[in-house]
Design a protein around this ligand. Sequence first.
Ligand SMILES: [Zn+2]
Ligand SMILES: [Zn+2]
Length: 243
Amino acid sequence: MHIHTTLSPCTELGEMTPRAIVRAAIDKGLDMIAICDHNSSRNSAATIRAAQSSSLAVIPGIEITSSEEVHVLGLFPSVNQAQLAQEEVYARIAGVNDEQAIGYQVVVDEFDMVEDLDKTLLIGATTLNIYRVVDLIHGLGGLAVASHVDRTGFGVFSQLGFIPDDLKFDALEISKHIDCSEAKKKFGQCSDYTLVSSSDAHYVSDIGAAYTEAEMEYASFKELRLAFQGIEGRRIIGPCRPI
Ligand SMILES: [Zn+2]
Ligand SMILES: [Zn+2]
């Protein structure tokens, strides 16, 4: 539910391409992944197309950095909605990417061919505060998941201290470095939310390093929403790490 592509400048250049991601996800036995690059969704559609002849479901997403430097995953029912979120995010970023210092932001097609180098400063914070980030995602029919809440940087607890009652995340993501019971012990509010875990993969070898088991009729965004809500027989069984 949280995989970066070669569009994120912090990934290894040329490694996280759609075909490599799809192959690794299938090899690891995953049924569904989400593409969530920093402040952009430009490689989501290519990854969906790369998976088209396989059984892997790919959800278009984005990892938005709020003005408080909290990372929030937006997962969307369609590429169109993810792109609309991205347009709003791009309008709230000042600055140009320094490719030499930060890294290249490579847009690719479903055959891993380079289409463009994105010049927007994707690695920094947007001017959208955390409430506006969550509202933007929900307004486009998406699910808002607080990223890696246990991390000492860019997590909601590290940046805000706690989750305000009126901030409506659909789920919290814990990293591969912590399990459910540790997370609940360390951050009491984890008990109030659906918890998921994802690899936050920046390298192919990271894919599947943490994952989430869910009970759903089939792998799709619609089913994931029901599982987050725990209704109609769908549910999130819990975060997992490979043994
Ligand atoms: Zn993050
Ligand atoms: Zn991430």
